[in-house]
Ligand binder design. Structure first.
Ligand code: ADP
Ligand code: ZN
Length: 695
C-alpha cells in the first residue's frame, strides 16, 4: 500500500491544491484534472453536499476517490452493480489504495480484508452493494466506523421513472441522516426531472452544490452513413480496426446473431448479446468483454449499464438508435480512457419507418409519444446534418461549439443543393394520390414509370406523372428519406405505412420556405475505408510490442488489460519513448505503484525496441511495404497459437514476412507459394486481409 505523503489530522484542514496535484500525480499517475474535476474534488473535500453531472468517461470516480485519500476516515461508495464495484476496487488496489467491497459475491478472504481494514483504519474506500442497505445490521456496522462521507455512483438509479431504478437506492437518504455525513451524488443523466428527484430523495430536497459538466466527448469521432449493403459496411468498418474492442448495436436479436457470425467468419473475435439469452450466457459475454483485448460484441441495447470497460475503441450502429439520447448514451461507451475512439451509425428510410412505428404502436400516452417523435426527429436531424455533427449534437443539449474537426462532416464537408422544387414535386404526388401510397409507388409516378399499379389507378394521368424524370429512382429515394428525416412526411400506421404530409411541410408546399438537401447521399459515393491506427506508422510497431507485453502481464495476473495500463498510457509511451524510469513516471497513467510494478518491464520494451527491430525490417524502413510488414507481424502474433490460442506455436521468418509485404499476394494459392502449406493454413486468411486492406 502506498501511503499518501501527508496525513490530514483534522477534517477541517484541507490539503492545499499543490498536494492534490501530487496525489493525482503520484497515486493515479495523471498529469492534471479533466475539465470540472478539480472544482468538484475541492468541494467534496470541503465537506459540502454535491451533485455532479458529468458525461460518461468524464472521470466521475476520481471525484470521490481522490477526496478519500485526502480526508480522514472511510468514504462509503454506493454503486448499483457488483461488476462495476469490483472493477473499481481492482483499479484502486492496482494503484496501491486500500479499498474493498461488501457484496454478495465476496469470498471470505475479501470480506475479512474489508473488516481488517476497517478495524486498523487503513481502508480508504468501502464499496457497498445497495441491497445491503435493507438490513439494520448494515447501519449498525457503518456507525461503528469512521465513515467520513457517502458517495453515490449512478445516482439516477434513485429515480423511479428512469429505466435504471433501484429500489434500494431510496434508503440512501435515511443512511445519510443516520450517519450525519456529507453526501456526493454522481450521474451522467442530466434531465431536469431526474435531477429534481435526486435532490428530493438523496438530499431531502435541500439543493446541494451542483456541477453540470458539458456534454462534449472530444476524443470520440462521429460519423453517419446511409445504409447501402449494411452488413458489408459494418464488416468494412470493423476490418479497418482489426484487434480493437468494439460494440455493434443492432435493432433486433436475430441480427445480433447473424452479424456476429459474419464478423467471426471474416476473422474477427466476435460474439452476440441480447435480452433473450439466459442470464448466465449474458454474464459470460460481459466477463469476456471486460477481460479480452479486441473482442467485438454485437448486441441489442440490452448491453448497457454493466459495460464499464474504459478501452472500447469503437461503437457502430447497424441500425439507427431510437432517439438522440439513446444515440448519445450508446456512443458514449467508447473511449472512456480518453484515447481516440470512433463511432459509425448507419441509417436508412427503413429505420425511420421502424422507429416511427415503434413509437406509434407503443403503449405510452399521447403526449409522451409526441415527445418521442421529437427525440427521434432530433436524431434524424443529426443524421441528415449539413455541417459539423458535434455542433448539431451539442446544440440539442443546449451547448454551442465551433466546428470540431473530429466528425465525418468536418473531415469532408457535404455538398448541398436547393431541394425545394424536388420536395414540392414529391408532396404534390403524395397529395394528389390522397396520402395513400408508399415511396415506391410515388417514385414510379414522379419518374413516369407506367407500372401496372400506376395504370390500374389511372395515375399516369396525374399532372405530376413524370415531372421528376431528372432524378433517378435511387436519387428520389434519397429525397424521400431526407423528407422523412426532416419530418415533412410520416408513415401512417393506419394505412400500412402510406406517407402523409406533416404540418412542417406546409410552408415548403406553399413556396414560403426553402429546403436544402444533401447531395452526397444522392450521389452515393463509396470508398473503401483505410486501416485506422491509433498512432503514426513509425510508432505502430512499438505500440504493438507494448500491447503484447501488457497482454502477457494481464494474463499472468488474471486481470483485464486496462488494469495494467490503459490504451492512452501505452499510446503516450509509444510516442514519447521514455528512456529512463524518471521519464516513464511522467507518462499519464503511470503512478508510483505502477511505476514500481511495471515500469522497468515496459521501459525495456521501449529501449530494447530499437535493437530488436529485425535487420530485415530495418532495411525496408520508410518504404511502403514497411507498414504492411508491421501489420503482418501483428496479425501473426495474434495467431501464434492458432485462433483459439491452443495450437502449437508457429511463426514466419522475417524474410518470409518481408516477401509477403513486397509481393502482396491476392489469393490463397499465391500466398501458399510463398509461405508453404502449413503456414498458409494458419496465417493465410489474416495475411490476405491485411494485404487487401492495404489496397
Ligand atoms: P465515468 O465518469 O464514466 O465514471 P471514470 O471515472 O470511469 O468515468 O473515468 C474514466 C476513465 O478516465 C478512467 O479510465 C480513469 O482512469 C480516467 N481518468 C479519470 N480522471 C482522469 C484524469 N484527470 N486524467 C487522466 N485520466 C483520467
Ligand atoms: Zn465536426
Amino acid at each position: 500500500m502506498l501511503t499518501p505523503k501527508k496525513t490530514y489530522q483534522q477534517q477541517d484542514t484541507y490539503p492545499p491544491m499543490s498536494d492534490l496535484s501530487d496525489l493525482l500525480r503520484n497515486v493515479f499517475g495523471f498529469d492534471g484534472f479533466r475539465s470540472g474535476q478539480q472544482e468538484i474534488v475541492e468541494t467534496v473535500i470541503r465537506g459540502d453536499n454535491v451533485l455532479a453531472i458529468m458525461p460518461t468517461g468524464g472521470g466521475k470516480s476520481l471525484c470521490f476517490q481522490l477526496p478519500a485519500l485526502a480526508r480522514q476516515g472511510v468514504v462509503l461508495v454506493i454503486s448499483p452493480l457488483i461488476a462495476l464495484m469490483r472493477d473499481q476496487v481492482r483499479g484502486l488496489q492496482s494503484v496501491g489504495v486500500v479499498a474493498g467491497a461488501l457484496t454478495s459475491a465476496n469470498t471470505d478472504a475479501e470480506t475479512q480484508y474489508v473488516y481488517d481494514g476497517l478495524e486498523n483504519g487503513s481502508l480508504k474506500l468501502l464499496y457497498l452493494a445497495p441491497e445491503r442497505l435493507g438490513s439494520s445490521s448494515t447501519f449498525a456496522l457503518l456507525r461503528r466506523y469512521n465513515i467520513s462521507m457517502i458517495a453515490v455512483d449512478e445516482a439516477h438509479c434513485v429515480s423511479q421513472w428512469g429505466h435504471d431504478f433501484r429500489p434500494d437506492y431510496l434508503k440512501i437518504g435515511e443512511l445519510r441522516r443516520t450517519l450525519g455525513v456529507p453526501l456526493s451524488a454522481f450521474t451522467a443523466t442530466a434531465d431536469a426531472e431526474t435531477r429534481d428527484e435526486i435532490v428530493e430523495r438523496l438530499f431531502d430536497g435541500v439543493p446541494p452544490v451542483t456541477f453540470l459538466r458539458g456534454f462534449d466527448r472530444p476524443n470520440i469521432h462521429l460519423a453517419f452513413a446511409i445504409k447501402d449493403n449494411p452488413r458489408k459496411q459494418i464488416l468494412e468498418f470493423a476490418d479497418a480496426r482489426k484487434g480493437q474492442s468494439g460494440i455493434v448495436y443492432c435493432a433486433t436479436r436475430a441480427k445480433t446473431e447473424s452479424l456476429a457470425k459474419a464478423l467471426e467468419d471474416s476473422g474477427h473475435n466476435a460474439c452476440f448479446y441480447h435480452g433473450g439469452m439466459d442470464p448466465d450466457d449474458r454474464r459470460h459475454v460481459e466477463a469476456r468483454f471486460a477481460k479480452e483485448d479486441g473482442l467485438i460484441v454485437v448486441a441489442t441495447v440490452a448491453f448497457g449499464m454493466g459495460v464499464d470497460k474504459p478501452d472500447i475503441r469503437w461503437v457502430a450502429h447497424a441500425d439507427l438508435p431510437k432517439s438522440i439520447e439513446a444515440y448519445y448514451q450508446e456512443i458514449g461507451r467508447a473511449g472512456r480512457d480518453g484515447a481516440p475512439a470512433e463511432t459509425f451509425t448507419l441509417y436508412g428510410a427503413e429505420d425511420i419507418r421502424l422507429r416511427r412505428t415503434q413509437i406509434d404502436e407503443g403503449l405510452a400516452p399521447a403526449d409522451r409519444r409526441m415527445a418521442d417523435h421529437g427525440r427521434l426527429n432530433a436524431l434524424l436531424g443529426l443524421s441528415e446534418a449539413l455541417e459539423c455533427r458535434r455542433k448539431t449534437l451539442l446544440a440539442y443539449f443546449g451547448e454551442t461549439t465551433e466546428a470540431c474537426g473530429k466528425c465525418d462532416l468536418c473531415d469532408a464537408p457535404v455538398e448541398t443543393f436547393d431541394g425545394t422544387q424536388n420536395v414540392r414535386m414529391a408532396l404534390s404526388a403524395i397529395l394528389r394520390t390522397q396520402e395513400s401510397f408508399g415511396a415506391g409507388h410515388l417514385i414510379d409516378i414522379l419518374t413516369g414509370k407506367a407500372t401496372d399499379k400506376v395504370r390500374a389507378r389511372g395515375h399516369e394521368d396525374l399532372p405530376t406523372f413524370g415531372v421528376g424524370r431528372a432524378l433517378s429512382t435511387h436519387q428520389w429515394n434519397a429525397v424521400f428519406r431526407q423528407m422523412m428525416g426532416h419530418d415533412l412526411i410520416r408513415p401512417d400506421r393506419e394505412r400500412h405505412g402510406a406517407l402523409r404530409m406533416t404540418d412542417a411541410a406546409l410552408p415548403i408546399l406553399r413556396d414560403e420556405q426553402k429546403i436544402t438537401l444533401r447531395m452526397d447521399s444522392i450521389r452515393s459515393a463509396r470508398q473503401t475505408p483505410k486501416v485506422k491506427t491509433l498512432v503514426s506508422e513509425e510508432d505502430a510497431p512499438l505500440l504493438s510490442a507494448l500491447k503484447a507485453k501488457r497482454r502477457a502481464l494481464a494474463e499472468a495476473a488474471d486481470v483485464p488489460a486496462y488494469i495494467v495500463f490503459n490504451d492512452k498510457t501505452l499510446i503516450e509511451m509509444a510516442q514519447e519513448r521514455p528512456q529512463t524510469l524518471d521519464d516513464m513516471a511522467r507518462i499519464s497513467g503511470v503512478g508510483a505503484k505502477k511505476l514500481a510494478t511495471y515500469g522497468a518491464e515496459f521501459l525495456s520494451v521501449i529501449t530494447g525496441a530499437a535493437d530488436r527491430v529485425h535487420p530485415t525490417r530495418r532495411k525496408i524502413a520508410g518504404r511502403s511495404e514497411a507498414s504492411l510488414y508491421d501489420q503482418l507481424l501483428e496479425a501473426q502474433a495474434d495467431l501464434a497459437r492458432g485462433r483459439d490460442g491452443t495450437e502449437k506455436p508457429l511463426s514466419c521468418s522475417a524474410s518470409l514476412l518481408a516477401k509477403v509485404a513486397q509481393m502482396r499476394p491476392r489469393d490463397h494459392r499465391a500466398l501458399e507459394r510463398i509461405l508453404g502449406e502449413r503456414r498458409a493454413e494458419r496465417f493465410g486468411q489474416a495475411f490476405l486481409d491485411v494485404v487487401s486492406q492495404a489496397g
